[in-house]
Design a protein around this ligand. Structure first.
Ligand code: HOZ
Length: 428
């Protein structure tokens, strides 16, 4: 780590808790201090010391098209020159919401918000308001932002009510969230047998990015769909990571499952603070001002964020080969990493779905749920992270985060990442 990043971190710690505005950035899980980033272009970021890194964080998901995509930058500049906020409707919001609705067959109407956390929180309230029920089901290891109802871990038994996973979350709120193991059909059945009539919704990452990349087992998403339908509960797909990343219509299009409510963030905002919830009209019309479920925001539908989102989605839509190319680049990354693992004999498991991937260290996999993910050797991952950084590759600073590939990554860069990984694995 260079002198300028060290000094910047020292200064930051004086005025920002832990020196960061979101905890995983602090590098606590991998040791050392965070790099302070000065700029990014395509797949490369540059720190304040002038060191360049090949970036597989992609701002934790938004940069499907790479950093500083010219069309997004141009759109942002143009929008900002006409004011950064109105707090009044604009035609661009209607355009963005129409584009989102056209991408998801489960969505008639869309409400724009400012962050994934806010969107997941609103989706939960909407599900409760629509069904008149209080309980929600989430899966251990799935992360849906930091709203009180969602910072909950499993209680003492899989069928018991959840307990707070953060100080400040009241027990009484956590009790309304049931936490089940991901990919566990029996736990799902037992939970609905016991509580089905009281469950407002299941919220799930259809492909998980937040315990590392974890893929739904065959039939799991279908089981969520049928059990919720059977019990009159709603199914919420949190597609903050997967929406517009895995396919134009998100994971739900690939798996051919229609959720009741879709939560979007990251790619949909082109790197600006923008998120969305979408559903069929019957559900969305429960939102104020039409319905009784309150939700609002001064910066909701912010013109600069909307311009960035529109530019990102239009660019994605205009390129019919984009997802195929992204798949090939991502598959290449998984391949070169697996080659490096095989060559060096390090025990590690590469999990990938499209352009989301995680190398779980110290396990040969498979990783189906949080318990499997927790078998990882996090110290080995931390050493790997540091060695990759020394070799100019910037990875998420936690074993339990997804790496993101962008359309800006080139084959040469991917092969360079493979060579860096081979060298890094050799010295672990
Ligand atoms: N919640 C993000 C990881 N899943 C981290 C966001 C950030 O630190 O920017």
């Amino acid at each position: 780590m260079g002198k300028a990043s060290t000094a910047a971190f020292k200064a930051a710690t004086k005025v920002i808790p832990g020196g960061v505005n979101s905890p995983v950035r602090a590098f606590r899980a991998v040791g050392g201090n965070p790099l302070f980033i000065a700029k990014g272009e395509g797949a490369i970021i540059t720190d304040v010391d002038g060191n360049e890194y090949l970036d597989f964080v992609g701002s934790w998901g938004p940069h499907l098209l790479g950093h500083a995509h010219p069309l997004i930058v141009e759109a942002v500049q143009k929008a900002a020159s006409g004011s950064t906020s109105f707090g009044a409707p604009t035609t661009a919001e209607t355009e963005l919401c129409s584009l989102i609705a056209s991408a998801f067959s489960s969505v008639d109407k869309v409400r724009l918000l400012s962050s994934g956390t806010e969107a997941a929180m609103a989706a939960i309230r909407l599900a409760r308001g629509f069904t008149g029920r209080d309980l929600i089901v989430k899966f251990a290891g799935c992360y849906h932002g930091h709203a009180d109802s969602l910072l909950v871990s499993a209680g003492s038994g899989a069928l018991t009510f959840g307990s707070p996973s953060s100080a400040g979350v009241p027990e009484d709120i956590a009790k309304l969230t049931l936490v089940l193991p991901y990919n566990d059909f029996d736990a799902l059945d037992a939970c609905f047998k016991k509580h089905g009539r009281k469950i407002a919704a299941i919220i799930v990452e259809p492909v998980v990015g937040n315990m590392g990349c974890v893929i739904p087992q065959r039939g799991f998403l279908e089981a969520l769909r049928s059990i919720t339908e059977h019990h009159g509960s709603l199914l919420i797909f949190d597609e903050v990571m997967t929406g517009f990343r895995l396919a134009w219509g998100g994971a739900q299009t690939l798996f051919e499952i229609k959720p009741d409510i879709t939560v979007l963030g990251k790619v949909v905002g082109g790197g600006m603070p923008l998120a969305a919830i979408g559903a069929r009209a019957e559900i969305m019309d429960k939102l104020a001002p039409l319905g009784p479920v309150y939700q609002a925001g001064t910066l909701s539908g912010n013109p600069v964020a909307v311009a960035a989102g529109l530019a990102a989605l239009r660019s994605i839509k205009s390129d019919p080969n984009l997802y195929r190319r992204l798949e090939i680049i991502s598959a290449r990354l998984a391949f070169v990493l697996q080659e490096a693992i095989n060559e060096t004999g390090v025990k590690a498991y590469v999990a990938r779905f499209g352009s989301m991937m995680t190398v779980f260290f110290g396990t040969s996999g498979p990783v189906h749920n949080l318990d499997d993910a927790m078998k990882s050797d996090t110290e080995m991952f931390a050493r790997f992270h540091g060695e990759m950084l020394k070799r100019g590759v910037y990875l998420p600073a936690s074993q339990f985060e997804a790496w993101f590939v962008s359309t800006a990554h080139t084959f040469d860069q991917i092969d360079a990442a493979g060579s860096a990984a081979r060298d890094a694995l050799k010295v672990l």
